[in-house]
Write a protein that binds this ligand. Sequence first.
Ligand SMILES: CC(C)(COP(=O)(O)OP(=O)(O)OC[C@H]1O[C@@H](n2cnc3c(N)ncnc32)[C@H](O)[C@@H]1OP(=O)(O)O)[C@@H](O)C(=O)NCCC(=O)NCCS
Length: 244
Amino acid sequence: MARRLCRDGSLVSAVHLPTIADDAGSGIVLRGIRMRDARALDHELKLNRTWLRTWEATNPSGFTFGGDPKSLIRLLLAQARDSVGIPLIIELDGELVGQLNVSSLVYGSLSSGQIGYWIAERAAGRNVTPTAVAMATDYCFSALGLHRMEICIRPENAASLRVVEKLGFRYEGLRRRYIHINGDWRDHFAFALVREDVPEGVLNRWRAGQAPVGDARIPERDAVAASRDPRLDTPTGYPSRAEH
Ligand SMILES: CC(C)(COP(=O)(O)OP(=O)(O)OC[C@H]1O[C@@H](n2cnc3c(N)ncnc32)[C@H](O)[C@@H]1OP(=O)(O)O)[C@@H](O)C(=O)NCCC(=O)NCCS
């Protein structure tokens, strides 16, 4: 395996990550994360601290990568080398505006993965994330031969729920205290697509206006049963400025 010396003296093995460009001229590109993204990533994460914190995965041990983006990137690249993750940068017009990670990759009889994402506040509301999720899902189905892609979202995260709704991901259920987010175990709604759902591709289906309406609808029973943080129950699902 090819190895490379980093500026900080550590040795890393080369890992091949895809570059996926949207041909339709949106300016959106997904590309593999690199050690040299550390500075730009650190800048974005600090700039968007308040915007991201509520939805950020945390470690129950209290460990944090805060202020050490190189360690975070090193971990993501190690997961890629172990074939359990695909860490991607979301670029808009050549600028780093977010991250999309495919994680929990398994092959064989399960052949599935999970998708997580964030976008800088200045790029929000422009369909960048749904486009990126569609591109990544299509890549996983067509290039990797995966069968099922899953996205899990906190009940209060109205913006992220819109992403799966737009793309026609199917609601699959309520997962109790499923992921450690912003310091505690949080309930999540799970959504998924399998390859047979989208023979034409997720991006093509959405752009053709063919994404099924209502597949991401959450049954009343689960909507009521999901544990919510009342401070986040604003019309947008985002904490008001006063709560930041
Ligand atoms: C969730 C998130 C990734 C959506 O990305 P996006 O690229 O803005 O997605 P969209 O453009 O499809 O916008 C989705 C919804 O966000 C809402 N929205 C748009 N701009 C917004 C803003 N500036 N502030 C709050 N909400 C906004 C709108 O309701 C929009 O739905 P609409 O297009 O029907 O109006 C982004 O809001 C984000 O990174 N949030 C913080 C981190 C996070 O929640 N990650 C996901 C964890 S599951």
